[in-house]
Design a protein around this ligand. Structure first.
Ligand SMILES: Nc1ncnc2c1ncn2[C@@H]1O[C@H](COP(=O)(O)OP(=O)(O)O)[C@@H](O)[C@H]1O
Ligand SMILES: O=P(O)(O)OC[C@H]1O[C@](O)(COP(=O)(O)O)[C@@H](O)[C@@H]1O
Length: 318
């Protein structure tokens, strides 16, 4: 009987559980033996495997986080750590490994592949920063969450006639800020992909208040600056009452959206098809609503880009 192991690594994202469930159930339906590795690559090194049956993955489809837990393992970046992980996989007779995580986790997956382990990557990160996929698992849920939270802030900012500067996650990618900003109708979006002009932002915020607006919302991606500093500068430049909010980890939790549940289920199911087609050493994704796969080398040689047309649309609508 073929054996497959699944691990979740890096920052967790909503939809990881449903991806684990989809890989597990699809694998069981095809007579695989399935294992979960606890705490990502750390668990590979620590030999921390749990056998997964259909019951172990029931009741998790709609839960945020990852029931296998996640970790950031510095040891797995070293040749010794990787050798230990590979040794444990071989000792257990594991034929295939599925890594669910972000770009760092994909580096770990690529390392396993280079050691001869048949490896698959599923893009699990709220940041939407993996090349060659339009979406990553968790991004849509986070977008909806951030949009709701911005709405809450707008209510209170409006009552007090304030400016709200809201910082979103995303590392060096501005997609959460950009798309949540468009969805929320904010007044300015600061993202790492576009050079900021705080004087221009402050002037347009001030002009908005002069026209009779009761609030103003500026959304800043963490890769473009820190909300408290941006708020201080906007206050200095505009003289308006300004508050900073760092959304932080609250935007990484909660029940996955329907999109993320369906997307992660499709990806998990596709892994087993790829195994049957004899394709290995690939990261999966979605492009123009078709599931696609690319080798880890292709993914790392490609550059993640956001859709700058969206930024242009935002500028025309603001
Ligand atoms: N260059 C690398 N080689 C091997 N493993 C890596 C490498 N980079 C990251 N990893 C593994 O992947 C884990 C998750 O990566 P990280 O960048 O923290 O999160 P994410 O996968 O969400 O981007 C790291 O803690 C480490 O164990
Ligand atoms: O939870 P931590 O370790 O503080 O890391 C925070 C980072 O994790 C993320 O939430 C997700 O990033 P990764 O998917 O690359 O791990 C980033 O948006 C954020 O910068």
């Amino acid at each position: 009987m073929k054996k497959i192991a699944i691990l979740t690594s890096g920052g967790d994202s909503q939809g990881m559980n449903s991806a684990i469930r989809a890989v597990t159930r699809s694998a069981l339906a095809n007579n695989f033996e399935v294992y979960g590795v606890r705490r990502g690559f750390k668990g590979l090194i620590d030999n921390d495997f749990v056998k997964l049956g259909t019951k172990e993955v029931s009741d998790i489809l709609y839960r945020g986080g990852t029931f296998l837990q996640s970790a950031r393992s510095e040891s797995f970046k070293t040749p010794e750590g990787q050798a230990k992980g590979v040794e444990n996989l071989k000792a257990k007779g594991i034929d295939y490994v599925v890594v669910i995580g972000g770009d760092g986790s994909y580096r770990g997956a690529q390392a396993l592949h280079r050691h001869g382990i048949k490896t698959y990557g599923l893009p699990g990160t709220i940041d939407n920063d993996i090349p060659l996929t339009d979406y990553t698992i968790g991004f849509d849920t986070t977008l909806n969450l951030v949009t709701d939270l911005v709405g809450n802030l707008r209510d209170t900012m409006s009552s007090h006639e304030r400016v709200s500067v809201i910082e979103t996650m995303g590392r060096n990618c501005g997609d959460i800020a950009l798309q949540a900003g468009i969805a929320s109708g904010v007044d300015a979006i600061l993202i790492p992909e576009v050079e900021p002009d705080l004087e221009k932002v402050a002037a347009s915020v001030k002009a908005g208040f002069d026209r009779g607006k009761s609030h103003s919302i500026i959304i800043v991606a963490e890769g473009a600056g820190e909300a408290p500093e941006v708020a201080k500068k906007i206050k200095e430049l505009s003289g308006l009452d300004t508050r900073a909010t760092v959304l932080g980890h609250i935007q990484r939790g909660g029940s996955p959206s329907s999109f993320d549940r369906v997307f992660s289920s499709r990806l998990g199911h596709r892994v087993i098809e790829l195994i049957q087609e004899g394709i290995t050493g690939v990261g999966l994704g979605i492009e123009s609503n078709q599931l696609t796969h690319h080798t880890f080398d292709e993914i790392f040689n490609a550059k993640n880009t956001i859709d700058l047309k969206l930024y242009q649309i935002f500028q025309d609508l603001v």
